[in-house]
Design a protein around this ligand. Structure first.
Ligand code: IPE
Length: 259
């Protein structure tokens, strides 16, 4: 059943300065969080790692493939994500937004979403609480760990809750058709199943991963929006169903049999 929830991913390149280790983008955080104050529908947040999690994952060679990794690396990456999360939580608390931080480890069982817990997050939003989780290094199975990205969490949470809106706040205006010309694709229709290799947009590795997750969500029937997180007024317009700059990947509609 579709939940009356807006699920938003705050990209690591919005909330941190990606090129500067362990550096937050305080004005961007404050602006985007403040803009959410005016949202009347329940919100759930996910954030990325940016120059916190990604920096340490690279240092300690931790990846998204389940492996036995350095225990010190696991501890350090996890701590870096907690500290970034804490900064976001504090910024929300200051505005009395009732954030409730949830480590992603408590939302999975091995490789699967822990459905019961994810449904509980939806219940919490009815109590005017804003659950906030984040990409992290997580235990998978048999002493193997892997990076669970915020993008994958978006897919996982969407598959369980089917939020009314799924939005990725990124550091550019949308998905570019031509990266040099900064030519934003407004709509990607998703009537037929799309194989990622068939999509000939010029996107960076990081963006590619996000788009791949977004396609998974759209194939399950939900529209997925990409919007510039440095322009929170656009994010608000998406929530209010108003036209704005950005990209929407249209959710696959059930076939009518006429195709
Ligand atoms: C990464 O999460 C988390 C860690 C590296 C621990 P994401 O992959 O979602 O982060 P961003 O948004 O791309 O920075």
């Amino acid at each position: 059943m579709q939940q009356d929830i807006v699920l938003i991913k705050l990209g690591g390149s919005v909330v941190t300065h990606k090129e500067r280790p362990m550096t937050i983008n305080k004005p961007a955080i404050d602006r985007i969080i403040k803009s959410l104050l005016s949202v009347k529908v329940p919100i759930m947040l996910v954030h990325g790692g940016g120059s916190f999690g990604h920096y340490w994952s690279t240092k300690y060679d931790l990846h998204s493939k389940p492996e036995r990794y350095s225990s010190e690396g696991i501890a350090v990456v996890h701590e870096s994500m907690i500290s970034l999360n804490h900064i976001l939580v504090k910024s929300m608390l200051k505005l009395k937004m009732n954030p409730y931080s949830v480590p992603p480890f408590s939302l999975i069982l091995g490789n699967k979403p822990f459905m019961k817990k994810i449904f509980q997050l939806a219940s919490m939003t009815k109590d005017k609480i804003i659950p906030i989780t984040y990409g992290d290094i997580v235990y998978r199975t048999y002493h193997k760990y892997s990076i669970l990205s915020g993008d994958e969490l978006m897919t996982m949470i969407s598959s369980v809750l089917r939020p009314k809106k799924v939005i990725f706040a990124i550091n550019v205006d949308g998905i570019y058709k031509n990266i040099q010309a900064k030519d934003v694709v407004q709509t990607i229709e998703d009537r037929a199943p799309i194989k990622f290799s068939e999509v000939n947009f010029d996107i960076t590795g990081g963006m590619k991963r996000k788009v791949r997750e977004a396609f998974k969500i759209s194939l399950a029937g939900m529209d997925v929006h990409f919007v510039n997180g440095f322009k929170p007024e656009r994010l608000l317009k998406i929530i209010e169903n108003k036209k704005t700059e950005g990209t929407v990947i249209k959710g696959k509609r059930p076939s009518t049999g006429n195709a």
